[in-house]
Design a protein around this ligand. Structure first.
Ligand code: FMN
Length: 192
């Protein structure tokens, strides 16, 4: 049995996101981000298909994405609230990592399992960022589901999609934790 790592278990018992709009400067440097990305991609992956890839959005990319979100909101006829939501995550962000689900053709590994692996990479990214002392938040929003935004803004191919846009930065305030699940009501033990 591997040696217990109580500090790691304690971390997992208390890990939490920080709202993207409360994340400020500084953000991780490329060198600081590298182990976080490496940890994120050390994710369970049935068949070693690597059905994901990452796009790091630096501050310089955000203005272009804000403008594209505006253009797409016009094209889609979105109301002011939806328009502002689509824009705001890029407006407020200094650094984000897009986890792109990039499914691979496989007779053995169903598409859903490849999607789950991409989701696991998102959680790995969140946890690694927090473990490294940063705040992070996993968002999507309508632009993450808009094919034109994905193609023009992020260069995704048509078979690819966004599993998550994980914003990373420095915590400025610590809002109260959200209520957590009642574990007993969600776990069933089966013994025979
Ligand atoms: C796939 C996915 C997409 C999400 N997209 C959004 C979003 O667009 N906007 C939002 O406010 N929260 C979104 N959330 C929820 C946030 O990540 C939220 O902060 C998170 O559930 C808090 O969880 P934690 O504190 O356990 O990390 C999303 C969560 C998941 C799993």
């Amino acid at each position: 049995m591997p040696a217990p790592k109580p500090e790691v278990l304690d971390f997992l018992l208390h890990r939490r996101s920080r709202p993207a709009k409360t994340l400020g400067l500084p953000v991780p440097s490329p060198d600081q981000l590298q182990p976080i990305l490496t940890a994120a991609l050390r994710t369970p992956d049935h068949g070693k298909l690597e059905p994901w890839r990452l796009i790091v959005l630096a501050r310089g990319a955000m203005g272009r994405l804000v403008r594209l979100a505006e253009t797409r909101a016009d094209a889609l006829g979105l109301d002011d609230e939806r328009r502002a939501k689509g824009r705001s995550q890029f407006e407020a962000s200094h650094l984000a990592v897009v986890v792109v689900a990039s499914p691979k053709p496989s007779d053995k590994v169903p598409a859903i399992e490849q999607t789950l692996s991409a989701g696991a990479a998102c959680l790995g990214l969140l946890n690694a960022a927090e473990a490294a002392g940063w705040g992070a938040n996993w968002l999507t929003g309508w632009p993450a589901h808009d094919r034109a935004f994905l193609r023009e803004g992020l260069g995704l191919e048509d078979h690819e999609f966004v599993a998550g846009i994980v914003h990373i930065g420095t915590e400025t305030i610590a809002p109260p934790d959200r209520p957590r699940p009642d574990v007993a009501s969600l776990v069933k033990w089966v013994s025979e």
